[in-house]
Design a protein around this ligand. Structure first.
Ligand code: OSB
Ligand code: MG
Length: 390
């Protein structure tokens, strides 16, 4: 299966204006969550977000500045990355960008400067985000146009964390469905905190678009766990997200082949090669209609890689959507620009019950009845961005 996509074949803007790095500033903000969030790997109430701000200069001396976001968890629980690893890698990338003498034009010429760093997708995505915002300023267009996006609005769902009681989860589901009117809900589950929660939601909302996310908490070789996952089939779920270990998408394809509910890979897919390999496995052991991929730019190292994966999936009948990493309004907006691509066909994790953070660095994009309006202003189009007072 071929997976080599050029910028042109993806409809991504190829900047030809010659640029040099003028300055890089990394803004580090510790942000307090509005309410603590719990998943199978922990509960937290504050997160550090990094906002790389890169100023480029053109041959004629014009300066343009773009901002991106890096959104790690505090500890290496979701994957190996954490706020301290991201801070370290941002130093390496910054040094590379400042010392490299190559001229920057299209996104490949930019990524090439730091592609010697293996892994560390969260830091890379924030750096690439700053590039795109700057190019959008240069061309005076919204970023989604550079990405080849076409949607004017994107469908927005919400992620509901684990709670001690079914009542507490039901309260959150009710607010999401009846007050916020999200396009779909996603519930975090783990062994022992699964069926009774799912059953309660389905009893009250038999048809509402509903999916679950296990964050790698089930053992795909444990009979009890397999039996529980099979039982999920009774609840008309859109998908089961990442039931097994991060590294084990081969096992996901084989061990869960008898489930009717599609399996969504999140943690397992770090680049386009993983996506291609997963597709080949589902062709062999299951069916591509039962594979879904959650594409998060911070998990795959940036927006260009995210678009490549979306294209490959779309060409192979695999549905994709855009997940979140508790980004601030800036990172969420960047995800919305990516989701404007036509290949992104399912609702993303773009909104939360209350604002995620007590004080955000910018306004969230306009939201109404399960849809977010893709900003049409220049750059990311976020309003009231303030990196000084947070
Ligand atoms: O598994 O999708 C996940 C947040 C951090 C790390 C992993 C995940 C999540 C979420 C939050 O589910 C989704 C959001 O940002 O709204
Ligand atoms: Mg997930």
């Amino acid at each position: 299966m071929e997976n080599k996509y050029s910028l042109a074949s993806l409809g991504i803007y190829q900047n030809q204006t010659e640029l040099r790095i003028d300055n890089i500033k990394i803004h580090k903000k510790e942000m307090e969550l509005f309410s603590p969030f719990e998943t199978s790997f922990g509960r937290f109430d504050r997160l550090i977000r990094f906002f790389p701000e890169i100023t480029f200069s053109t041959n004629s001396g014009k300066k343009i500045t773009g901002i991106g976001e890096c959104s790690p968890l505090n500890l290496p629980q979701y994957d190996y990355q954490c706020s301290r690893s991201v801070e370290t890698i941002l130093e390496y990338i910054t040094t590379s960008l400042k010392t490299d003498k190559n001229i920057i034009t299209d996104v490949n010429s930019f990524i090439n400067i730091y592609k010697w760093i293996t892994g560390h997708s969260v830091a890379k995505a924030g750096i690439e985000g700053a590039y795109w915002d700057a190019i959008a300023q240069l061309k005076e267009v919204p970023v989604y146009k550079l990405f080849g996006g076409t949607r004017k609005t994107v469908m927005a769902g919400t992620s509901i964390g684990l709670e001690e009681t079914v009542d507490a989860v039901m309260k959150k589901a009710e607010i999401a469905i009846e007050e916020i009117k999200v396009a779909r809900i996603k519930l975090k589950v783990k062994p022992g905190k699964d069926i009774k929660y799912i059953e309660a939601i389905r009893k009250k909302y038999p048809e509402f678009p509903f999916q679950v996310d296990a964050n790698a908490s089930y053992d795909l070789f444990h009979n009890n766990h397999l039996a529980i996952l099979k039982e999920f089939d009774n609840y008309n779920l859109l998908m089961i997200e990442q039931p097994g270990n991060n590294e084990d998408f081969i096992d996901h394809s084989k061990q869960l082949a008898s489930l009717n509910t599609p399996i969504c890979l999140d943690e397992s897919i770090l680049n386009i090669n993983h996506a291609r390999q997963a597709i080949e496995l589902w062709i062999q052991y299951s069916d591509t209609s039962r594979l879904i991929i959650n594409i998060k730019p911070p998990r795959v190292g940036g927006y260009f890689e995210a678009i490549k994966i979306a294209k490959l999936c779309s060409e192979n009948g695999v549905k994709v959507w855009c997940g979140g990493m508790y980004e601030s309004a800036l990172g969420k907006t960047a995800n919305v620009h990516f989701s404007s691509r036509e290949e992104v066909v399912l609702p993303g994790d773009h909104i939360s019950q209350a604002p995620y953070f007590k004080k955000d660095i910018a306004d969230a994009p306009k939201y109404m009845n399960g849809e977010i309006f893709v900003p049409t202003d220049i750059g990311w189009g976020v309003k009231n961005i303030d990196l000084k007072h947070i």
